[in-house]
Design a protein around this ligand. Structure first.
Ligand code: MRU
Length: 356
């Protein structure tokens, strides 16, 4: 399995996801500005992976802050340090607006900074520990999501064909994946026949990344273009849809890669179960419904250019929202690390976590 974000030799190693599947390149990140840039340019992408990367980015930023760290100046140093750390947090928060894991992880890092009593050096050490913890927890969470997802999948047929959209795999998390975590668990248990991967225009995360991950694991995979899903469902080729999420509102409305919403509609029309697999860190309980989820708009070049080729004539306008919101009523269940819950039941999912 691949791990897209690794703390190694005092820096962060990121698999450069803009170069897969043709080149496997690892980029070393030493500074918070470079981490912000890596998130913006999608060297690292996928909601949980962005959260893990930002947590390490916070530590890198903390490490860059110079204070005298003398016992005499302790309070002033601490105050100055926290002000500068807030600036690092601001920079990292500005990278991508939709995936709430980014804000969640940065919030957790700031909380560590405020709650750690002691010298600045001790706060920095605590920040590194928290970033490592966020990383390790996400891996465990994904494995739990995979296993709960397997239990929630239809029992018939014995070997399922699962359609997924974008990449919610190991590359999009600390490892294992959310939607692809369910796929991995199903594959291990002999419950999976094949994955259908939507290519996922415009960035092609399905064709490039999901297909690559499946090939690495020996999981049979068929890539289709996004407009083929309804036809495949009508042909009886799909047993279940499993996708990830970037932010889920309290009522279960779920933002995920653009095209997920239409997939949910066609799944409903064909009576095919539609699952969203995501950690509880993706649920934004402050938002009543999905209408308040900020949707990132990206550069039109993603639509009009592939490689060196310009696809459209001059004089055309573009609209490039990176995500859409699938209403809760189209979702069969949301698969979390605490089990699979009906979308309207997310508070129970959260409380199950507290009682664990
Ligand atoms: O723009 P991206 O590639 O960061 O979008 C990723 C997705 O939409 C994923 O499905 C989502 O983040 C879930 S990843 C486990």
């Amino acid at each position: 399995m691949v791990y897209p974000v690794i703390w190694k030799d005092n820096s962060v190693s990121l698999i450069d996801q803009t170069r897969l599947p043709n080149e496997y390149t690892v980029v070393e990140i030493h500074r918070s500005e470079d981490m912000a840039q890596a998130i913006t340019t999608m060297i690292v992408r996928g909601a949980p992976a962005i959260g893990v990367a930002a947590a390490y980015g916070m530590y890198l930023g903390a490490r860059e802050i110079e204070t005298s760290d003398s016992e005499v100046l302790l309070q002033e140093d601490r105050h100055e340090f926290l002000v500068k750390l807030e600036q690092v947090a601001k920079l990292l928060r500005s990278t991508r607006p939709t995936a709430v894991n980014l804000f969640w992880a940065i919030g957790r890092m700031m909380q560590t900074a405020y709650e750690t009593l002691g010298t600045v050096a001790e706060i920095k050490q605590a920040l590194l520990e928290t970033a490592k913890k966020i990383n390790a927890e996400d891996l465990q969470t994904c494995q739990a999501i995979g296993d709960h997802g397997l239990a929630a999948l239809p029992k018939n047929p014995e070997q399922l064909i699962i359609l997924t959209h974008c990449n919610a795999g190991a590359l999009a998390t600390a490892g294992y994946g959310t939607a692809l975590g369910v796929v991995r668990s199903a594959w291990k248990e002999g419950r999976l026949a094949r994955v259908y991967a939507d290519e996922t225009r415009p960035r092609l995360q399905g064709a490039k990344l999901t297909a690559w991950e499946c090939v690495q694991e020996g999981i049979p995979v068929t890539v289709i273009t996004d407009n083929m899903a309804a036809h495949c469902m009508k042909q009886g080729l799909i047993d279940a849809v499993v996708v990830g999420a970037d932010r889920i509102a309290a009522n279960g409305d779920a933002a995920n890669k653009i095209g997920t919403y239409s997939l949910a509609i066609v799944a409903k029309a064909h009576n095919i179960p539609f699952f969203v697999a995501a950690p509880l860190s993706t649920v934004d309980f402050e938002l009543i419904d999905g209408s308040q989820i900020p949707i990132e708009e990206r550069h039109p070049q993603e639509i009009y250019q592939i490689g060196e080729t310009i696809l459209t004539p001059p004089g055309v306008e573009f609209y490039n929202p990176a995500f859409d919101v699938t209403p809760a009523h189209l979702i069969t269940a949301i698969i979390t690390e605490n089990g699979a819950f009906p979308p309207g039941d997310l508070l129970n999912a959260k409380n199950a976590k507290i009682s664990n």
